[in-house]
Unconditional design. Structure first.
Length: 255
């Protein structure tokens, strides 16, 4: 059978790398032919997508790797659901949607409360112990907005999706609140093998961290990942431990 991958976005992005990794792994499977449509743009053009599908065998299927929270993959927040759903509607083969960032209500509530406290702190210049009064209203508003966006996304795409892939059982549990659990499979995150330019001790010396134990948080620096929690915890770490964030941050306000 043919498996067609839609791999869109900047090549260094983690989601794009994961798509390439999965496509490469399937290439070695007997009786499976993998074809990829790779574009740095937010989505392939209608002409590109139509030709790509016509090149697949009748028994082919399509795999999209999507995240409704990633502007570097599917564009601005207000356009994302429409762009992903539009591509799914144009699919002429069964579609497997490989999802990232299924948060669920528990995570969304925690994030909303964090944002609310940050807004209160910015306004008053003092740390707020919790969300109360105006802060509680802000939390409720943020919570409703984030929760409805994720639910709206899943309701919009589900009619066009034959199966879903998520990276862990926690996200599977969150996703089954929106779609049939029988349509969900778990595929653990990939692990890249990279050649490092030097050993760990040399790298630490170059960074001024010789003789220190280093804890590194890799990946994009955004508020939903809890880097602010790590900063608070850092004060309780032993003196020889250093916390290093290694990743891009698009929000100077968060920093």
């Amino acid at each position: 059978m043919n498996v067609g991958f839609i791999i869109n976005g900047l090549p260094e992005h983690g989601i794009v790398r994961a798509s390439r990794f999965l496509a490469g792994a399937l290439t070695g499977v007997e009786r499976v032919q993998v074809v990829s449509l790779v574009t740095p743009d937010e989505a392939p053009t209608d002409a590109e997508f139509k030709k790509f599908q016509s090149d697949l065998a009748d028994d082919g299927l399509l795999i999209f790797h999507a995240s409704h929270r990633t502007n570097q993959i599917w564009g601005p927040h207000e356009q994302r659901i429409g762009r992903i759903t539009g591509l799914l509607k144009a699919a002429q083969k069964p579609v497997v949607l490989y999802l990232h960032d299924i948060y669920g209500n528990g995570f969304v509530k925690t994030l909303a409360e964090k944002i609310s406290r940050r807004l209160a702190k910015k306004k008053t210049g003092a740390v707020q112990g919790g969300a109360s009064g105006t802060s509680a209203k802000k939390t409720a508003g943020i919570l409703a907005k984030l929760r409805s966006y994720e639910e709206n996304f899943m309701r919009a795409v589900d009619p066009y999706v034959s199966h879903y892939i998520v990276s862990n059982d926690i996200e599977r549990g969150r996703l089954k609140k929106f779609v049939d659990v029988k349509k969900i499979s778990v595929l653990p995150h990939f692990i890249e093998k990279r050649e490092l330019p030097c050993d760990a001790e040399t790298a630490k010396a170059r960074l001024g961290l010789a003789g220190k134990r280093v804890i590194t948080l890799l990946g994009f620096i955004v508020d939903r990942k809890g880097h602010d929690d790590a900063v608070e915890i850092a004060a309780a770490l032993p003196d020889d431990v250093r916390l290093v964030f290694a990743g891009k941050c698009d929000s100077t306000a968060y920093l």
